[in-house]
Design a protein around this ligand. Structure first.
Ligand code: CDP
Length: 224
């Protein structure tokens, strides 16, 4: 008998959601190291679909094309540097609003979450749609200015030419679209713990996240 996708799992499943550049990727990858779990950056999947649509000269608003690209996606094959480019976040947010795209990527994400022992996933709808059965759910936030500053510095480090104002406008626009869409909108799960990283160093945020997970794990009786 195969397990129902919404059934609980015996592993430690950690869902990390939050708006653009909130620090969820850093926190999620740190949790994966701390708890020795595999990690999936689900935003990279949507970015790969956005890049794929742009790559064939298509419009990310074209639901049929975006769904076709998502259905043919081979995770891990997209160029890491290319999917992190400034304009690709916007394309990702546009393709992510299509229900067909989300459906095409859902099973892959749920299978990742349910692997033996557990997993860490970060995104926008992990705690609400992909893994509502997760042991621990975090919703990571930070002020828009701090998020834009972090993302702008990342872009500079990667050699991308983009202004702070452009980055701030991009994340504001993406947040509004991600929160306002009908398909799996960005919102904290009812049982998520909010973690505001505005005034936290990376180390302090990682410590706080680890404590949240330990508490949830102990409360759930998970053996890991
Ligand atoms: O790193 P950043 O926060 O800028 O974004 P990301 O996590 O790489 O995601 C890029 C875009 O993909 C987001 O703006 C969302 O529109 C979309 N996304 C989503 O809809 N659901 C997810 N689970 C992950 C990303």
């Amino acid at each position: 008998m195969t397990a129902r996708p919404d059934a609980p799992s015996s592993g430690l499943i950690i869902a990390v959601d939050g708006p653009a550049a909130s620090g969820k990727g850093t926190i999620a990858s740190g949790l994966a190291r701390a708890f020795r779990l595999p990690y999936l950056d689900t935003g990279a999947l949507y970015r790969a679909v956005g890049l794929g649509v742009l790559g064939v000269g298509g419009d990310p608003a074209d639901a049929a094309l975006a769904t076709q690209v998502a259905q043919g996606l081979r995770p891990g094959e997209a160029d890491e540097a290319a999917i992190r480019a400034h304009g690709v976040g916007e394309a990702a947010s546009l393709v992510a609003a299509h229900t067909g795209v989300r459906a095409a990527l859902k099973t892959l994400q749920q299978n990742f979450a349910r692997q033996p022992g557990g997993a860490v996933l970060d995104g926008r709808d992990i705690g609400t749609v992909i893994a509502p059965f997760a042991t621990a759910k975090l919703f990571v936030t930070a002020s828009p200015e701090v998020r834009a500053d972090r993302r702008w510095k990342q872009h500079l480090g990667l050699g991308h030419v983009v202004s702070f104002e452009e980055v701030l406008a991009d994340i504001g626009q993406r947040d509004a679209r991600d929160r306002g869409r009908d398909a799996a909108p960005l919102r904290p799960a009812q049982d998520a713990v909010l973690l505001d990283t505005t005034h936290l160093t990376i180390e302090a945020a990682a410590d706080a996240a680890r404590r949240i997970v330990e508490k949830a794990r102990d409360a759930s009786g998970s053996s890991r």
